[in-house]
Ligand binder design. Structure first.
Ligand code: AHR
Length: 330
């Protein structure tokens, strides 16, 4: 199915330019002729349980039975791979390009190429920081800054609950991929919250690349450098899993000797919250496949969509994890 005919919300200039482009031959043109909507998804990688759930959400939504042909690309956490994937999608003349960008900056050129080809770009999960917002049609994802703020609020309430709110509390921060909007937003929310509470001190922050192995490695180095860590913020659950192993290896009890606040709220984090090893996990919802499909259906029908769409998210902790686990989808 040719996007250029149905995406009535696009400007006329774009429409004319893209109809000219559509006369070229490509693999996707023939796919397009069978009535399917072809979607190229430039995925970040497979670095975490969250990412696996996100990939599954796209793969189970964009199926032939629903009228889609999905071209999926795993960029292995490298921006240059995503740029290549987007160029491939343009060459294949897909109907829509969906990107979960590894980092926020550096997208103007390739998005300009997609725009010139008349292919709408939908951002999902992470944001891009581009000078020209017309380079993408819409974005849907979580509010990473708010997630960071919620993590701090949870900690402040918990310290009060356990009678430690007037103690000096030393924190360390395992950051995600530097320059990704998930890292930028969460780090900002967390560090602002630490600065705002005179009892909280940030001893160190370093990236663990959103992976369990790197999270463990960085936590090991934090534990060597500081004997008095009270709290770990891990900007995703997988880094928290790595931190738990590092904490156990030095004979400390995760969740008790060191409070752990993480992000994502994947299934295994619930298991660890129930076991008392993670104290809280701030939700980041990965189930964006149906949300992006809804955006595409509206565009196909000639409608327009909000530019920015935030997903509502919750905070889970060791007190409600057992009750909430059966309701979770990932
Ligand atoms: O962009 C969302 C983040 O990316 C998730 O927190 C993390 O697990 C993933 O790798």
């Amino acid at each position: 199915m040719k996007k250029r005919i149905f995406a009535a919300s696009l400007a006329l200039m774009t429409l004319i330019g893209s109809m000219a482009f559509a006369s070229g031959q490509s693999e996707a043109s023939s796919a397009a002729d069978d009535g399917m909507i072809t979607v190229g998804y430039a995925q970040v990688g497979a670095e975490s349980d969250w990412r696996t759930a996100n990939t599954e959400s796209f793969k189970s939504t964009f199926v032939e039975a629903n009228g889609y042909k999905l071209i999926f690309d795993d960029a292995q956490q490298k921006q240059e791979n995503q740029i290549k994937a987007i160029r491939n999608f343009i060459q294949q003349d897909v109907d829509y390009i969906v990107v979960a960008p590894v980092v926020e900056t550096g997208w103007e050129t390739v998005l300009g190429e997609a725009k010139a080809a008349g292919i709408p770009v939908i951002l999902s999960d992470r944001m891009m920081d581009v000078s020209d917002p017309s380079l993408y049609t819409a974005w849907v994802g979580g509010n990473f800054y708010q997630e960071g703020v919620d993590g701090i609020l949870w900690l402040n309430n918990y310290l009060k609950k356990i009678g430690r709110d007037s103690e000096n509390i030393n924190c360390v921060l395992l950051q995600g991929t530097i320059g990704s909007s998930a890292q930028v937003g969460r780090t900002q929310g967390i560090t602002e919250g630490i600065d705002a509470n005179p009892n909280l001190t940030l001893l160190a922050k370093q990236t663990g690349e959103f992976t369990q192995a790197k999270g463990q490695e960085v936590m090991e180095s934090f534990l060597k450098a500081y004997s008095d860590i009270d709290v770990v913020f891990a900007e995703n659950d997988n880094m928290a899993f790595g931190a738990i192993d590092a904490i156990k290896a030095v004979g400390k009890v995760p969740g008790q000797d060191i409070i752990i606040v993480s992000f994502d709220a994947v299934h295994e984090a619930f298991v660890k919250m129930i076991a008392g090893e993670i104290n809280a996990s701030v939700e980041c919802n990965p189930l964006h496949g149906p949300r992006v499909a809804e955006i595409i259906q509206i565009l196909e029908a000639g409608g327009s969509v909000d530019k920015i769409m935030y997903v509502v998210e919750e905070v889970f902790d060791m007190f409600n994890a057992e009750e909430k686990l059966p309701t979770r989808q990932y």
